[in-house]
Design a protein around this ligand. Structure first.
Ligand SMILES: [Zn+2]
Ligand SMILES: [Zn+2]
Length: 138
């Protein structure tokens, strides 16, 4: 088994350690990710089992309804405001983290670009990645 994925927010109030490999890693150019990241897209690693995640600190949560109709929860640090995680109430076992919250963001290996149709000309992502106009099915 490879090393755990560790990371947290900018101020250190929130830390996590995940002993698993991500199920899916994606750059998402949807409007919600643009607003939340303050730039053209968000970069995420999604892990399959909540029980593999050790989380310390108290994230503040904000729920929004995505275009899929599912509730997406934004988990961020109430002290420094860094976005850290996204629990999904529709799929409570999945646990998604922001790539740049990793201690070693170089471990992020994007596999696809989602909501590419919403992307801006000034936000170029890796041209070799498969692109989806929305979320890929399944
Ligand atoms: Zn913080
Ligand atoms: Zn998005």
């Amino acid at each position: 088994m490879s090393d755990a994925y560790t990371g947290g927010c900018a101020c250190g109030a929130i830390r996590y350690e995940i002993s698993a490999e991500p199920l899916f890693s994606n750059d998402c150019q949807c409007r919600d990710c643009q607003r939340k990241s303050g730039t053209g897209h968000g970069s995420y690693l999604t892990f399959p089992r909540r029980k593999d995640v050790k989380f310390t600190g108290e994230a503040r949560h904000w729920d929004m309804v995505g275009d899929s109709g599912n509730v997406k929860t934004r988990g961020f640090c109430p002290v420094c405001g860094s976005p850290v995680c996204l629990p999904f109430s529709a799929m409570p076992d999945l646990f998604t983290i922001h790539a740049a919250s990793l201690d070693d963001p170089g471990r992020y290996k994007p596999q696809a670009v989602t909501y590419h149709a919403r992307g801006h000309a000034w936000d170029q992502v890796d041209p070799s990645l498969p692109k989806f106009d929305k979320m890929p099915p399944g």
